[in-house]
Design a protein around this ligand. Structure first.
Ligand SMILES: NC(=O)CC[C@H](N)C(=O)O
Length: 357
């Protein structure tokens, strides 16, 4: 089936459509990992975004639900150079094509992903429209230009009800802005009693769980839209250990009085180098973000920048030891990507345990 992807600047590409027929709108973002398409497609932080993989062959090891980071595809649509139709892996259950059909999500293949990536890098992230079942490029560009940015993405991916994973370790409340499964699993695996709560939960309701620490999760969209999360972080700061991952890190920044801004085209990949300024070490990290904390605004908030990105110097981690606050812009839980920073969960569990004692 024909398909067309149009960008707001008038660029369009015609290719082969798969998955759901029809129109999908979203910000076009590119991700550079060689593997991990199952995890990325199901990462709720991609809500509102059309995901393009720069690696030219996607789907070669098929799809297995055990890799999912939520209950299904959260990215709006998929753009690939070549989709593999005959995957090979002992664990695979379905092909990429079947996966998109089953989930009712659109995809486009056989397009110049390199050109689209270079455009995005030059111009900055753009709104886009994918039409499966048409090759009307002008129409796609017009739809892209008419797209309104969604400021309510978190409520679309947060859990409806709180849930608990019992453990003998410290009690940690995870505020779910669209949490990836492996964040919850990384805590549960370490014996933590994990309580996951919806993004709208008030500070008082969080404290009613008598947590030893709070973890603010990853999630989609502009961190400034996470109003309740910012308020919870503001009230919690200094009272109990507070941790943040990705969107959670940005929320902590905002709650403490720093600012966030939109990056030109973001960091999405599995090999982003991060320099630890204290330990003088480099970690290779998994990342997926389009916003960042403004380093100029961190001074005076009581937070200290402890890690920066080796490519562009953006803020990667912050802390305040006295207030027991620590946050990272990248994904220590990996899935996809390297596990260099997995030790962060050991530290979170240790700090939560000390607070319990
Ligand atoms: N993975 C995330 O939590 C992403 C955070 C935020 N939505 C951003 O794009 O910067």
């Amino acid at each position: 089936m024909k398909a067309v992807l149009g960008l707001e600047d008038g660029t369009y590409v015609v290719g082969e459509g798969f998955g759901r027929e029809g129109v999908t709108l979203g910000e076009l973002v590119f991700a550079t990992p060689y593997t991990g398409y199952e995890e990325a497609l199901t990462d709720p932080s991609y809500k509102g975004q059309i995901l393009l993989f720069t690696y030219p062959l996607i789907g070669n090891y098929g799809v297995n639900p055990e890799s999912f980071q939520s209950d299904g595809i959260k990215a709006e649509a998929l753009v690939v150079r070549e989709k593999c139709v005959h995957p090979s892996h002992p664990r695979y259950r379905m092909s990429l094509d079947e996966f998109l059909c089953r989930e009712g999500v659109s995809g486009i293949a056989e397009v110049d992903t390199r050109m689209l990536t270079i455009k995005t890098r030059r111009h900055g992230t753009m709104r886009s429209a994918l039409i499966v079942g048409s090759d009307d490029g002008e129409k796609a560009c017009e739809l892209a230009r008419g797209m309104e940015m969604d400021h309510r993405l978190i409520e679309k991916v947060t859990c409806r009800q709180p849930y608990e994973i019992k453990g003998n370790g410290p009690r940690i409340v995870v505020m779910d802005f669209g949490v990836k499964k492996n964040i919850v699993n990384s805590l549960a695996r370490r014996g933590v009693n994990v309580i996951v709560v919806p993004a709208t939960t008030s500070y008082q309701a969080v404290m009613d769980y008598r947590p030893d620490a709070i973890l603010l999760s990853n999630g989609p969209g502009d961190p400034q839209d996470a109003r309740n999360g910012i308020e919870v972080a503001r009230q919690a700061a200094g009272n109990l250990p507070l941790f943040g991952i990705c969107l959670g890190h940005q929320i902590i920044g905002l709650a403490m009085g720093a600012n966030t801004y939109k990056l030109k085209f973001g960091h999405r990949g599995a090999n982003q180098p991060v320099i630890d300024l204290v330990e003088k070490k480099v970690y290779i990290t998994s990342q997926n973000h389009g916003y960042a904390v403004d380093p100029q605004s961190v001074g005076g908030t009581g937070l200290e920048v402890t890690q920066t990105n080796a490519n562009d110097g953006t803020v990667e981690a912050m802390k305040n030891d006295r207030m027991r606050i620590m946050s990272v812009q990248y994904h220590p839980e990996a899935c996809p990507g390297p596990r260099d920073t997995n030790w962060l969960f050991d530290m979170i569990v240790k700090k939560a345990g000390e607070s319990h004692a």
